[in-house]
Design a binder for this molecule. Structure first.
Ligand code: PBG
Ligand code: ZN
Length: 340
C-alpha cells in the first residue's frame, strides 16, 4: 500500500528549477545582498565663489554650478526628500584666485569653507563631505605642488593637502576626502587630525583606487580643473593596474582611512569587489563619475535605454560588486524614485 508521500513521483532534475525563487517582485528583491537606499547616496556639488551664480554645466546634464545663495534653497528641497550627504567641490571663478600652491583651497572666505559652515548650520542632519585637492586652485591645474621642472613634489604636496583637510574639518566638515593620489596623504592627514584633536569626529575617506582615464572630462569642465600641461598619469592609476589598486587600498587602510573609495565605478567593478574583500571591515564607497553619468544620459537620449532603468541598473551593479556608499549625480532623481 502506498502513502501520500510515496505516491508523489519525482522525475527530472530539481536543480534546474529556479523561477519559483524570483517570480514575485518582493522575492526578486531578496536576491540582492543589498538594496539601494537613500542613506547610501552622496551627492556631489559644485560651489562657485559667486554667491548668485547658477550655471548649467553643459557636459553634465541637469547639473549646475551654484553660489551659496542658490545652493541653500536647492538643498532645502533635496533634504526634505531625504538627502543625507553631499560632497563639496569648490570652483573659484574670480580672476587671480589660482596660484602655484593652490592657496585659495583653504581660504576662509572661499566657497568650500563658507559652504561647510552654512550647510552645517542650516542642515544639522546633513553629513558634509569635502573633497580635498588642489587642482581646482592651482594655476597649473595639477593635484599637488610642482618642482621647477614640472614634476610633482610629493612631500610639499601632502603637507599642503593635509593643511587643507584640517581647515575643512575645523570649519565643520564631517568627512574629508582627499582625491589627489599623492603618496602618504592619508597618514599625513590622520596625524594632523590626531594632533588637532579632531580624529574622533572626522571621517577620513580615501579615494584609494582612483584610475586615470577619460571619464573625468565633464567634471573638469565643471570645476575648471583640467591640467594646463601634461596629464595625471604619474599619480592616478593605470586602468589595467588591478594589483596596484589592491596595494593602494591596503596602503590607505594601513595609513588610517575610515572609508575606501573606488573611482570610476562602472568600469572598475572588479576593483570594487577587491576593495570589499581587502577592506571587509570598513565601508567601501564607489564614485560613479561625471563621464559615466554623461554617458548614461547620452545613451538614454539616443534611445538606447530608458534613463531611470539604466540609473538603477548601473547603481545596483556597483552595490552588487561590494560598495555600500555611492557618490552619484543621480542622487536627486533617486530621492524621487526611491520614494514611490
Ligand atoms: C579632483 C577630482 C576629480 C574628480 C573628483 N575629484 C577630477 C580629476 O581627478 O581630474 C572626478 C569626479 C568626476 O569626474 O565626476 N582631484
Ligand atoms: Zn585634483
Amino acid at each position: 500500500t502506498s502513502t501520500a508521500a510515496t505516491s508523489v513521483s519525482i522525475s527530472g532534475d530539481i536543480s534546474s528549477q529556479l523561477h519559483g525563487g524570483y517570480f514575485h517582485p518582493l522575492a526578486r528583491s531578496w536576491q540582492a545582498e543589498r538594496q539601494l537606499t537613500k542613506s547610501m547616496l552622496i551627492y556631489p556639488l559644485f560651489i562657485s565663489d559667486n554667491d548668485d551664480d547658477e550655471t548649467l554645466i553643459p557636459s553634465l546634464p541637469g547639473q549646475y554650478r551654484r553660489g551659496l545663495n542658490k545652493l541653500l534653497p536647492f538643498l532645502q528641497t533635496l533634504v526634505s526628500k531625504g538627502l543625507r550627504s553631499v560632497m563639496l567641490f569648490g570652483v573659484p571663478l574670480q580672476p587671480g584666485t589660482k596660484d602655484a600652491l593652490g592657496t585659495a583651497a583653504d581660504d576662509p572666505d572661499g566657497p568650500v569653507i563658507r559652504a561647510i559652515r552654512l550647510l552645517q548650520q542650516r542642515f544639522p542632519q546633513l553629513f558634509i563631505c569635502a573633497d580635498v585637492c588642489l587642482c581646482e586652485y592651482t594655476s597649473h591645474g595639477h593635484c599637488g605642488i610642482l618642482r621647477e621642472d614640472g614634476s610633482l613634489n610629493n612631500g610639499l604636496s601632502i603637507d599642503r593637502i593635509s593643511d587643507v583637510a584640517i581647515a575643512y574639518a575645523r570649519a565643520g566638515a564631517h568627512c574629508v576626502a582627499p582625491s589627489d593620489m599623492n603618496d602618504g596623504r592619508i597618514r599625513a592627514i590622520k596625524l594632523k587630525l590626531i594632533e588637532e584633536g579632531m580624529a574622533h569626529n572626522t571621517t577620513l575617506m580615501s579615494y584609494a583606487a582612483k584610475f586615470s582615464g577619460c571619464l573625468y572630462g565633464p567634471f573638469r569642465d565643471a570645476a575648471g580643473s583640467a591640467p594646463s600641461f601634461g596629464d595625471r598619469k604619474c599619480y592616478q592609476l593605470p586602468p589595467g593596474g588591478r594589483g596596484l589598486a589592491r596595494r593602494a587600498i591596503v596602503r590607505d587602510m594601513n595609513e588610517g582611512a575610515d572609508i575606501i573609495m573606488v573611482k570610476p565605478a562602472g568600469q572598475y567593478l572588479d576593483i570594487i569587489s577587491d576593495a570589499k574583500e581587502l577592506g571587509r571591515d570598513l565601508p567601501v564607497a564607489a564614485y560613479q563619475v561625471s563621464g559615466e553619468f554623461a554617458m548614461i544620459h547620452a545613451g538614454a537620449k539616443a534611445g538606447v535605454f530608458d534613463l531611470q532603468s539604466m540609473a538603477f541598473e548601473s547603481t545596483e551593479s556597483i552595490l552588487r560588486a561590494g560598495a555600500t556608499i555611492v557618490i552619484s549625480y543621480f542622487t536627486p532623481e533617486f530621492l524621487d524614485w526611491l520614494s514611490t
